[in-house]
Design a protein around this ligand. Structure first.
Ligand code: IYR
Length: 226
């Protein structure tokens, strides 16, 4: 592999496949249509998923770009039934409060089409809960703090990659945000510099599963060309 130093910093040659316009048009259409089939699913099978698959999914997520390449994320992959039960109990406590007061009427009306409620059985049924933490800062071996940058953007990007990887695996996921979710730091004993970001149950869908009949915005509603 070709390499060189730029101002003392190592760089490597980047080789990248390119496509003719017609091939690119077909590829982008295929990719869009394939991504368009991804749906958030709330009904999981308890069918096991190999750990090797989870390892690959997490590594795919961690290829996302991040501020100063700090990779400010930790993916906690929970399969232990005791931990899943604790997470369900605490999530349902928070969700009960949310659905019975914390959420505005307008908010509840907005999500009525999803037919969700405070009960979250999938937190025990899905074979894996991926709990994504964002690292507000890093701590080195000497206890020194180091800055991270654009942490929310970076971890959001990694979660996007993760959801695409899960779809590519033929599995399904739910982007779940019990609020507040500090209980995840306690149950999983995460250090002070890590903050819970997203809880992603992952697995196979139930054989017979239904999802809300949602429509995506069309191009004219989401894109402005100048
Ligand atoms: N966190 C709750 C409520 C909820 C909120 C939004 I915004 C959604 O898109 C879906 C659900 C829950 O998980 O049920």
């Amino acid at each position: 592999m070709q390499s060189k130093l730029i101002n003392g910093h190592p760089f490597i040659a980047y080789s990248h496949e390119t496509f003719a316009p017609a091939a690119m048009a077909q590829r982008t259409l295929d990719f869009y249509q394939w991504l368009d089939r991804r749906r958030t699913v709330r009904e999981f099978s308890d069918r096991p998923v190999p750990k090797e698959v989870m390892d690959n999914l997490i590594q795919a997520a961690s290829t996302a770009p991040s501020g100063a390449h700090k990779q400010p994320w930790t993916f906690c992959v929970v399969s232990d039934p005791g931990l899943k039960k604790q997470i369900r109990i605490e999530a349902e406590k928070e969700e009960f409060e949310s659905y019975h007061g914390r959420m505005s009427d307008a908010w509840k009306k907005d999500i009525e089409k999803l037919q969700t409620d405070w009960q979250k059985p999938f937190l025990e049924i899905a074979p894996y809960l991926i709990v994504v933490f964002k690292k507000a800062y890093d701590v080195d071996g000497n206890g020194m703090r180091h800055n991270n940058y654009y942490v929310t953007e970076s971890v959001g990007l990694a979660c996007g990659f993760l959801l695409a990887a899960i779809h590519h695996a033929g599995l399904v996921a739910l982007t779940h945000t019990p609020s507040p979710m500090n209980f995840l730091s306690t149950i999983l004993q995460r250090p002070e510099n890590e903050r819970p970001f997203l809880l992603i149950p992952t697995g196979y869908p139930l054989k017979e599963t239904f999802v809300p009949d949602l429509k995506r915005k069309n191009l004219g509603e989401i894109a402005v060309y100048y």
